[in-house]
Design a protein around this ligand. Structure first.
Ligand code: UDP
Ligand code: MG
Length: 332
């Protein structure tokens, strides 16, 4: 196959990005122009409530390469990425954020790494210009912990800005777990990889949708999806407490029968009850986190619901959304 005939897919999720999208598209088009590939640009509107749909319609009118998927509501960044990858037809698929924090100018470099034989090209964020110190520290601590406890190595700072060739993208799309932690899933896949570093600029417009609580939830999902270490730690804690309790019982019996020394013992009773109660609640919480996950997975719901598709040749405004509801819709 000659390079000229190859197709490159770009997947960009957007959630309330009306202010950044036009600038993003201009930068993207400029980055794609010198490349010897045909391109399709898939924007996934993740249930935006601002003018994003209108901006996307304008981009579609201006640029025939633009395709859009509109979700029926907000399903989250990871689901939007998956929907774009499901729909992408290209020989290589590049995913990047539409807020210009993943510089489109880097795409040619990703392509070169792919041409040199990499199946997956990662990008690693060196510095996020507008990330607060606390976000940087918590992010670093999270990746440190995750890599200690998980069997799948996960590169710190790896962004959801990456290129996958067709085989890698197909394998990625075959993973249909509900609580997605895409960075971990991509590492899990394996393949021949290459990495490129970049400096993330500040957000072009709008604000980050990952507030602290959301980051924390994301981190817990990442941990529980890729490690059973918390369960194991709970068990160890349980063993430790049981051992301690056994020794204490022996001591108590010894004190009662041999020393005949039975003080009221209020303090020690209270402490042991509180301690054991606390450990039990903690353990239950951890087990509950996993049980909740199992419940979500067992329901087997689609990972996203598409309300409208534009530019794919089978446009279906409003109706027939179920056929595109997060199940694979590309038969190839
Ligand atoms: N995004 C999305 N759905 C969401 C939240 C975010 O599709 O529920 C998109 C958003 O438009 C952006 C990307 O995901 O293109 C990353 O989001 P954001 O910039 O808020 O995250 P951060 O860069 O702060 O990690
Ligand atoms: Mg961002």
């Amino acid at each position: 196959m000659t390079p000229e005939r190859r197709l490159l897919s770009i997947v960009a999720p957007c959630y309330n990005e009306a202010d950044a999208l036009t600038a993003f598209h201009t930068a993207l088009a400029a980055a794609l122009a010198p490349l010897p590939y045909a391109a399709e640009i898939i924007y996934v509107d993740d249930g935006s409530t601002d003018a994003t749909p209108q901006v996307l319609a304008a981009l579609r009118a201006r640029d025939a390469r633009v395709k859009t998927l509109v979700f029926s509501r907000n399903f989250g960044h990871q689901a939007a990425l998956l929907a774009g990858l499901d729909a992408a037809q290209g020989d290589a698929v590049v995913t990047l954020d539409s807020d210009l924090q993943h510089p489109p100018a880097l795409i040619p470099e990703l392509i070169r790494a792919w041409e040199r034989g990499a199946d997956i090209v990662y990008t690693i964020r060196r510095e996020t210009a507008d990330a607060s110190l606390s976000k940087r520290l918590t992010s670093r601590a999270f990746y440190w912990l995750l890599n200690r406890v998980s069997d799948t190595p996960i590169i710190p700072g790896a962004a959801d800005f990456r290129l996958m060739n067709r085989a890698a993208a197909d394998s990625f799309c075959s993973l249909r777990e509900t609580h997605r932690f895409n960075r971990g899933l991509v590492s899990w896949l394996g393949f021949r990889t290459a990495a490129i570093e970049f400096d993330a600029p500040a957000r072009f417009a709008g604000e980050s949708k990952y507030a602290f609580a959301r980051m924390l939830r994301f981190a817990v999902h990442g941990l529980v999806s890729f490690s059973v270490w918390p369960l194991r730690a709970t068990m160890l804690l349980g063993f430790g407490m049981a051992g301690f309790a056994a020794l204490y019982i022996i001591y108590a019996l010894f004190a009662f029968f041999v020393l005949a020394w039975t003080v009221p013992g209020w303090t020690s009773t209270l402490i042991s009850v509180l301690l054991i109660g606390g450990v039990q609640l903690l353990s239950l919480g951890i087990v509950g986190e996993y049980v909740g996950k199992i419940y979500e997975e067992v329901k087997g719901r689609p990972l996203y619901v598409v309300r409208e598709r534009h530019g794919f040749g089978d446009d279906q405004p409003s109706e027939g959304a179920s056929s595109a509801a997060g199940t694979r819709n590309r038969s190839a």
